[in-house]
Design a protein around this ligand. Structure first.
Ligand SMILES: NC(=O)c1ccc[n+]([C@@H]2O[C@H](COP(=O)([O-])OP(=O)(O)OC[C@H]3O[C@@H](n4cnc5c(N)ncnc54)[C@H](O)[C@@H]3O)[C@@H](O)[C@H]2O)c1
Length: 253
C-alpha cells in the first residue's frame, strides 16, 4: 500500500519537541523525507535519530523563525539538501506570559507576535514562492483553540493564533488555483514541553484544564500529528483554508 506522503519532502518547524517532533516522526512514517527545523539544534538531532531508528530519512536545520533571513535560508537549504519541497508544517511557537491585557508586558507581546505570527508568515512567504514555481504543495500552520475563541490571560498568544487562522484563510484563497493547499490545525491542550512548563510553574495545571475538556483529558502530541499528516496528504485534496480543531470537543460548546 502506498503511504500517505510517499516520496514527498516535508519541512517541519518546531521539530525539536512536542507536536513538531511527533509530526516529523509521523510524516517520515508516512513516507516523507523530513527537514527538522528548530532553534533547539540538539532537540532536532534527537528527532532525526527517532526518524532514522524507524527507517526514515531526515536532516536538521537550526532556525529562528522570527528572522526572515534565516527562514529564507531554511527553505533554500531544504531544497538544496533534498532536491524539492512539497509539504510544510509551520509549527514553531512560544507560550508567553500569563497576564491580562492591561498588565501584559510589551516586550513579551513583541516576542510572541514575532515568533507565533510573523514567523508563520515568513515561512509561508518563502515556501509559497518555491511552490509556485515548482508545481504546488501543501502547507499546515499551527494555530490553537486560542485562534478560534478567547482564552483570557493570554492576549498576545490569542491575537497571534487568531492571526495565524486569518493568514491561513487569506493565503488559501490566493493560491487555491496554483495547486497549493493551506490549512491550519487548532490543537486543544496537549502534553508537550510548552504545557509541562506551565504544570511545573502551576502544579495541577493539567488536571484543572483537563476537567474543562469535553473528553476529560489532555491530548498527546501524536493525536495532533495524525491530523497534520492527513491535512498535508492527498487524502485532504479538497481541503484548503480550513482551521481544523483537534481539541477533544473544546470549541464545540
Ligand atoms: N501544547 C499545547 O497545548 C498547544 C495547544 C495549541 C497550540 N499549540 C501550539 O503548538 C505549537 C508547538 O508547541 P508544543 O506544544 O509542541 O510546544 P514545545 O515547546 O514542545 O515545542 C515548540 C518548539 O518550537 C520551538 N521554537 C520556539 N521558538 C522558536 C523560534 N523562534 N524559532 C524556531 N523554533 C522555535 C521550540 O524550540 C520548541 O522545540 C506551538 O505553535 C504552540 O503554540 C500548543
Amino acid at each position: 500500500m502506498t503511504r500517505q506522503c510517499q516520496d514527498k519532502v516535508a519541512l517541519v518547524t518546531g521539530g525539536a519537541s512536542g507536536i513538531g517532533r511527533a509530526s516529523a516522526v509521523a510524516l517520515a512514517g508516512a513516507g516523507a523525507t523530513v527537514m527538522v527545523a528548530d532553534r533547539n539544534h540538539d532537540g532536532c538531532e534527537e528527532t532525526v535519530e527517532l526518524i532514522r531508528a524507524a527507517g526514515g530519512s531526515a536532516a536538521v536545520h537550526a532556525v529562528d523563525v522570527a528572522s526572515e533571513t534565516e527562514v529564507e535560508r531554511l527553505v533554500a537549504e531544504t531544497v538544496a539538501t533534498f532536491g524539492r519541497l512539497d509539504l510544510a508544517f509551520n509549527n514553531a511557537g512560544v507560550g508567553g506570559t500569563f497576564a491580562k491585557t492591561a498588565d501584559y508586558p510589551s516586550d513579551d507581546w513583541d516576542r510572541v507576535i514575532a515568533v507565533n505570527l510573523t514567523g508563520v508568515w515568513y515561512c509561508m512567504k518563502h515556501e509559497i514562492r518555491y511552490m509556485l514555481d515548482h508545481g504546488g504543495g501543501a502547507i499546515v500552520n499551527t494555530a490553537s483553540v486560542a485562534g478560534l475563541v478567547g482564552m483570557g490571560a493570554a492576549p498576545a498568544y490569542t491575537a497571534a493564533k487568531h492571526g495565524v487562522v486569518g493568514l491561513t484563510r487569506n493565503a488559501a484563497l490566493e493560491y487555491a488555483r496554483n495547486g497549493i493547499r493551506i490549512n491550519a490545525v487548532c490543537p486543544g491542550l496537549v502534553r508537550t514541553g510548552m504545557t509541562e512548563g506551565a504544570e511545573a510553574a502551576m502544579p495541577g495545571f493539567f488536571d484543572r484544564l483537563a476537567k474543562q475538556e469535553p473528553v476529560g483529558r489532555v491530548a498527546e502530541p501524536e493525536e495532533i500529528a495524525s491530523a497534520v499528516v492527513w491535512l498535508l496528504s492527498d487524502g485532504a485534496s479538497y481541503m484548503t483554508g480550513h482551521a481544523l480543531a483537534v481539541d477533544g470537543g473544546y470549541v464545540a460548546r
